[in-house]
Design a protein around this ligand. Sequence first.
Ligand SMILES: Nc1nc2c(ncn2[C@@H]2O[C@H](COP(=O)(O)OP(=O)(O)OP(=O)(O)O)[C@@H](O)[C@H]2O)c(=O)[nH]1
Ligand SMILES: [Mg+2]
Length: 595
Amino acid sequence: MHVVATAGHVDHGKSTLVRALTGMEPDRLAEERRRGLTIELGYAWTALPSGERVAFVDVPGHERFLGTMLAGVGPVPAVMFVVAADEGWMPQSEEHLVAVRTLGVRHGLLAVTRADLADPAPALEDARDRLAEAGLGGVEALAVSGRTGEGLDGLRAALDRLVAALPAPDPRAPVRLWIDRAFSVRGSGTVVTGTLPAGRVQVGDELELDGEPVRVRGLESLKEHVESVAGVARVALNLRGRIAPQRGHALVTPGAWTATSLADVRVTMAEGARGPLPARLTAHIGSASVPCEVRPLGAEAEGAAARLRLARPLPLHVGDALLLRDPGRGQGEPRVLARATVLDVRPPELRRRGAARERAKALADASADAASLLRTHLLLRDGELVAMGCPPEGRPVAAGWHADPDHWSGLSARLPEVVRRYAAEHPLEPGMPVEAARHELGLPDRRLVTALVRPPLTVTDGRITTTGRVVTGTAGLPAPVARAVRALLDDLATAPFQAPEAGRLAALGLGPRELAAAVRAGALLRVAEGIVLGPGADARAAALLARLPQPFTVSQARSALGTSRRVAVPLLEHLDRRGLTERVDEVHRRCRPAG
Ligand SMILES: Nc1nc2c(ncn2[C@@H]2O[C@H](COP(=O)(O)OP(=O)(O)OP(=O)(O)O)[C@@H](O)[C@H]2O)c(=O)[nH]1
Ligand SMILES: [Mg+2]
C-alpha cells in the first residue's frame, strides 16, 4: 500500500478529486458538507490500474487549518499537489509548497483540476515552474477535472508511476505511528489511526505511548482486519492500556526512540521567510504540533544552530526534521518559517559562559550520525545510540559501549599515569583497584577500565598492576629536589620514624610541591599533611608494632617506633586506613593479620 497526501489552496478541488478517484467521501463531517469546505483530515483509498492500493490523506486548504494540513502531510512520503485551472497559483498553493518542501517530502505529482472551467495550460505551466524551483522538478503534471472525469485515467496511471518510484521503507525500522485520530468503539475500547511510515505492527505487539505500555489488540488497514502490517500504510489500532491517546502523540517501539523536550537543531530558513526567528514558535513533526522556544546558540545566521525547548516531550531521532511555524502571524506573511534538523536529542547543559557559542561551533560540523553524537557524549551504550536514531557503526570499545576515538585514546594515554601515581601513593597495595581507576577517569562502567588496560598494565584480582614496577625514586626528580630528598632519607636511615620538622623541610627547600613530587615518584611516603617518611616506613612500622603485646596504646607504639606523638598519631591513623592496624577502643589498637 501507498499513502499520498493532498495539498493546495482552499476550494481548488482536492476533495472532489479524491472522491472522483476513490468513490469514497473524504469530507465526513456534516459541517464540512454544509460549508463545502474541508476542516478535518479525510481518508479514502482505491486500487490503481496496476493493482497497487493507494490511500489518500485529504487535507484542508483553508489558511486557518494550516496546522491540520501539516498533521496530514507530516508522516506521508508523497503529495498530490492540486491547483485549480481557473484560479491558478494562490497563497495557500505557495504556503503548502513551502511546507511540503520544509517537511522534506520529495515525491509527488501536480494535478491541475477544474480543467472544465478554464484552459488548464497557463496554470499548469506556472505551477510546474514553481514546483521545479522548489526542487520538485521531476514531478508529472496533468490537467484533469474532478467533475467531468476528464484526465482521470491519465492521473491514475501517473499515480501508479509515482508510487512505483517511491523508496521502499524498511520493515525492520522502529515503529513511530503518529496518531491522527483517536476514538472509542463500543465493545473494543480505544482505537487510533495514523500513517505508518516504516516498520511493522502486529497484533499482540507491545508499544509505548508517552512512556506507557500499550498492547495492540487488533489491527485494521483500509477497513480490513489484518494480523500484521508494514509501512507505508494507513492503519487503525485497537489498543489495550491505561492511556488516553490524542492526535499528535505517537505509538513507538519501546526503547527505540528518545522522548525529549530538548533538542539541538540546525535551522534552515524556509523559502520566502527571513530570520531572525521569533523566540516562540510551533514545531510540527508527524501529526504533532507543539509550542516551542527557540534559543539561537551562535551568531544568528542562516543554517544556524539552535536549541528547541518543546512544551511536551516528543519521541525523536537525530536526523528528524521539524517544521517551525509562527502561529502569531497574520494573512499574507510567511508562517512556515524554517526547517529544524535534529542533531542531538540529549543536548548537554550549557552552564559556563561561552558554552552556547562553543556548542554552536560543534553543531556546525555535526551530522546526523553516531560519530557526531560520540564527539559530544564521548561514551554511549548501544541502546542509547539506537534510541537516539543512530545505530552504532564501528565496533564497541567494551561490552555494549561505544567511544569517541579521540576521547578513547586520551583515556588510554591517561590510565598508565593514573595507575603509576596510585602505586606511588599506595606503596603497600598490590595495585590500583579497577573501581578506583574508574572513578579517577570519570568512567560510567568498570568494564571500560578493563578495556583500557594494555601491557605493561594488567588486571589481577580486580587491581591494575604494572608488570615490572615503575618506581622512579629520586631518579625521576629534578636534581635539587632529589638531593634534598636524599638528605632527608639519610636522616631517616638512623631514625626511620622521626619525620623531619617543618624547619628542616624548609631548610632543604622542600615545599608542598616538591614533597608531592617526591611522594609521586615513590621516594617518600606521605603519612599526613607535612609528615613524610621513607618509602615502606608504614610496612616497617606495622612489623615492629606486631611484636608489641596486643592491643597497644599510642604511647607504647610511640616508644616502640622511637618517635614523638606528632608522628605516631598520624602514622597510626595511616596504618588504620591501610588496614594494617585497627582501633579496639578509645585508647587501644592492634595489628591486623596480613590479608
Ligand atoms: N467545475 C468543476 N468544479 C469543481 C471541480 N473540482 C472541484 N470543483 C468544485 O470546487 C469547489 C471546491 O471543491 P473541493 O473539492 O471541496 O475543494 P478542496 O480543495 O477540497 O477545498 P478545501 O478542502 O476546503 O481546501 C466545489 O464546489 C467543487 O464542486 C472540477 O473539476 N470542475
Ligand atoms: Mg477539501
